[in-house]
Design a protein around this ligand. Structure first.
Ligand SMILES: [Zn+2]
Length: 536
């Protein structure tokens, strides 16, 4: 259950590129996203929605075209979206809600008409939606909460009424919410946190005071808590720490000597962490999102490629390059147990299900495709790119290049490059010669075509044995950090065997990355015409 924030941001992004005339940067005050819907607040107070929240076009109650923005309200001052619900604060400080905060119409205790805005409270200063719960902060500092943070009524350790706002705390000056967890700042400068998913689920629903020396705290969509203490050090405590208490025994120091409000690190964090994003920070947020969000972004992009009138804008290219770079650097560390799984000779009829398994485990691989098969399986080709895997060139028809003329070698390289680019927009920088056969001449031609040559360090001989159990065992018995593993996704036995090995590899702590990612993480320069066997 993860908030697909950027799934939606991607939609906004693609949409905005296509509609820049209507939604210029300075025209938009705020964008907020839920699971699969978006609210766009314009500076003039007009509120638009697009996407759906479960049961219809967001905010209209109708089954209309979800991809077209619809004006749903005006005179609006602020917005905030949760997983399936939205909060809207108008200029007269009236709080409206719509959508479903897990059980009922938000704040109303009634399952009717989840899509249309309903007035919930008055005199509201600030509103904030988390995953399945909401906050309303009044001018007098009274903080109200409603909805549930997974297990019980927000901030109460009991399954009481989820739907009606309850007074949680007084003298509150600021509220920040993640998906389940929230941070409260009181006017005396003290900080409280509650709702953390840990071993003490029910107890955690009650606000717990943070260490005394906290200067500021904020939280992201993954419930990672960031705080700055009085010595100006920035810490992160993630949900995975599974701390029994919230006293930060396991805090990770991110940065020292930062100055609040001026530090670029903290400002950047703040940008990325907010539920709501300015259009300018959307790119940043996309970059810090998860693999699958990137997947969706690419998917939209590739759909566009099918349209004959598609024109790739330089801006868009720039952003994708930026995203790709960011994705790589954020995922893993160079000290991790990294491995590059490579699949040759495909795509094939088995590639799709292989990708499903890879994606399920957030594992990445490199596909050294044959041009002729890329042409035969364009959907698989697109899915490889969509899912954040790498496409590399393995010639068009698998000849022994060492015996080919220059022109024929170049044609084998170029044809495959062109097919891949035509279907995915990707530019290939890696090549693996068929049979691993090359000579000095081949390498100079590959250098000319800006390709690094990737061989392997683990040869499974999967094509020879054609036995799933053999493939599984071979991988598990031989895979080491920095290895490049050679497999072929044109054999069902290979795909089956790899699928069996995959969860065990993950369990053993391996991070499956693409060849290029591995090179980046290990600071190995990608030199064209150079040959690489392992990446340690
Ligand atoms: Zn091959």
């Amino acid at each position: 259950m993860k908030k697909r924030l950027c799934f939606v941001l991607a939609a906004v992004f693609v949409f905005m590129l296509a509609n820049t005339a209507v939604y210029a940067d300075n025209d938009i005050k705020k964008i907020s996203c839920g699971e699969d819907f978006v609210l766009i607040l314009k500076t003039n107070g007009d509120l638009y929605s697009f996407g759906k929240n479960d049961r219809g076009q967001l905010g209209t109650g109708d089954e209309v075209d979800y991809d077209t923005p619809v004006k749903i309200m005006s005179n609006i001052n602020d917005i905030s979206c949760g997983y399936k619900h939205s909060l809207v604060l108008n200029k007269d400080k009236k709080l409206y809600g719509f959508g479903d905060n897990s059980l009922y119409q938000l704040g109303i205790a009634n399952s009717d008409s989840q899509r249309k805005p309903v007035e919930i409270m008055t005199d509201v200063e600030e509103c904030r939606a988390a995953g399945f719960h909401s906050f309303a902060l009044k001018k007098n500092g009274n903080l109200y909460g409603f909805g549930n943070n997974l297990f019980s009524q927000l901030a109460f350790s009991a399954r009481t009424e989820y739907k009606k706002p309850l007074l949680i705390m007084q003298n509150v000056s600021k509220i920040e919410s993640g998906f389940i967890t929230s941070v409260i700042k009181k006017s005396d400068g003290s900080f409280f946190v509650f709702g953390k998913e840990s071993t003490k689920k029910f107890i955690d629903n009650k606000p717990i005071r943070l260490e005394k020396d906290i200067l500021d705290a904020t939280i992201n969509q993954n419930d990672d808590l960031y705080f700055i203490d009085k010595s100006k050090s920035l810490y992160k405590m993630s949900k995975n720490n599974k701390a029994d208490t919230l006293s930060f025994h396991k805090k990770d120091l991110l940065a020292k000597n930062i100055s609040l409000g001026e530090s670029s690190i903290y400002q950047e964090l703040n940008l990325n962490l907010k539920n709501e994003l300015s259009t300018k920070s959307i790119y940043q947020a996309l970059a810090s999102s998860l693999n699958k969000d990137y997947t969706w972004l690419r998917y939209k992009e590739l759909i566009d490629f099918d349209k004959p009138d598609h024109k790739k804008s330089a801006e868009r290219e720039k952003i994708f390059d930026f995203l790709k770079k960011e994705m790589k650097s954020h995922r893993y560390k160079k000290e991790d147990k990294l491995i590059a799984i490579t699949f040759d000779d495909g795509p094939s009829t088995y590639t799709d299900s292989l990708l499903n398994d890879l994606n399920r485990y957030k594992a990445r691989a490199s596909f050294f495709v044959l041009g002729k098969n890329a042409k035969a399986y364009p959907d698989a080709l697109k899915k490889i790119v969509c899912s954040g895997h790498e496409i590399a060139n393995h010639s068009f028809s698998h000849p022994n290049l060492a015996r080919y003329s220059n022109n024929n070698v170049l044609s084998q390289i170029d044809t495959t490059d062109n097919i891949v680019h035509q279907y995915t927009g990707e530019n290939i920088s890696l090549f693996r010669p068929p049979y691993g056969s090359y000579n000095k001449n081949t390498l100079s031609l590959l250098k000319n075509r800006k390709k690094a040559v990737i061989m392997w360090s683990v040869d499974t001989l999967d094509w020879k044995h054609k036995n799933a159990t053999y493939v599984k065992n071979y991988i598990l018995n031989h895979a080491k950090d920095g290895d490049i593993v050679l497999l072929h996704d044109i054999h069902k036995t290979t795909v089956d065997g790899f699928k069996q090995a995959l969860p065990i590899l993950i369990d053993r702590g391996f991070k499956l990355v693409t060849v290029s990612e591995l090179m980046d993480l290990r600071s190995i320069n990608k030199e064209y015409g150079n040959v690489y066997f392992k990446l340690k």
